[in-house]
Design a protein around this ligand. Structure first.
Ligand SMILES: C[S@@+](CC[C@H](N)C(=O)[O-])C[C@H]1O[C@@H](n2cnc3c(N)ncnc32)[C@H](O)[C@@H]1O
Length: 256
């Protein structure tokens, strides 16, 4: 399924908002939408909607799948500090590319992350960072193995794997079932993918689905076991009626 031989083959690219990302030759895909911009995408599809929807909580646990260059984790810290929020945050971030993590202290992040240099260095060296407000742990290894071992309730899931087409095992019904088991009843999943397979995998695990639209960004998806007050859920019954062959991805199709 994975091509470990090609894991180190990556190219740096500059995205629309000026922030840098990588292109993975193994997955044949960039780490971020080059059109939406790496930093802009991270803030507008994951961090801002998630923190706004969970704003009532004094403490949140975030599952950042997968850490990659760490934009989602870093943008979370950046947003919280910029808005003087006092939320206590714990982040668990699966990632199997150790060489990438070890190289992050040398990566050129946007200026907005300059104040996070000590965090980046600690994560790159120790896979761990902690201060009085934030605790971050990179879970080195396959997310399909590390997620079922998580014992804590998760408030926010940043579902930011490569696309369902290129990395289907991180979008199957069984994978979303593992996430559903640890997701708090009022927790949320944010994802850039609005594909039918994504919606079906989340819906078949009992999640309500909502489109989210931010300025200058393509729409994204929010999923939650609960209703989100004032938001219109996607009518999945109608969608399925109109497209009866739509189907979630299944582990068996990829690993037998
Ligand atoms: C789209 S990138 C993540 C982008 C990331 N959120 C960021 O801000 O850079 C996908 C990441 O998933 C990792 N990955 C792919 N399959 C994985 C798996 N089964 N387990 C753990 N990490 C995986 C890749 O190494 C890559 O770093």
């Amino acid at each position: 399924m994975y091509d470990i031989q090609r894991r180190n083959e990556k190219k740096e690219i500059i995205t629309q908002d000026g922030s840098k990302t990588l292109y993975s030759c193994e997955f044949n895909e960039p780490y971020h939408s080059t059109k939406d911009g790496a930093l802009h995408e991270s803030l507008s599809k994951h961090v801002i909607p998630a923190l706004k929807l969970q704003a009532d909580k004094e403490q949140v646990t975030i599952l950042d799948i997968c850490f990659g260059l760490g934009y989602n984790t870093l943008a979370t810290l950046h947003y919280i500090k910029e808005h003087d929020l006092t939320t206590q945050v714990e982040i668990l971030a699966p990632e199997f590319d150790e060489a990438l993590i070890r190289s992050l202290a040398e990566f050129t992040y946007p200026q907005a992350f300059d104040h996070l240099k000590p965090v980046i260095e600690a994560l790159s060296q120790n896979l761990y960072y902690e201060d009085e407000q934030f605790k971050i742990q990179i879970l080195l290894g396959d997310a399909r193995e590390s997620i079922p071992q998580i014992q804590k309730g998760i408030d926010i899931v940043y579902q930011d794997a490569f696309s369902p087409k290129q990395n289907p095992l991180l979008w199957t019904r069984e994978y979303f079932a593992d996430i559903r088991k640890i997701l708090a009843e009022d927790g949320i999943v944010t994802t850039y993918s609005t594909a039918a397979v994504t919606r079906m995998g989340l819906y078949e695990n009992g999640l309500n689905l909502f489109y989210y639209e931010a300025e200058n960004t393509r729409r994204s998806l929010i999923a939650s076991p609960s209703d989100i007050e004032g938001w219109n859920a996607i009518d999945m019954v109608l969608k399925i009626e109109r497209n009866p062959t739509a189907r979630s991805l299944r582990d068996v199709d990829f690993i037998g």
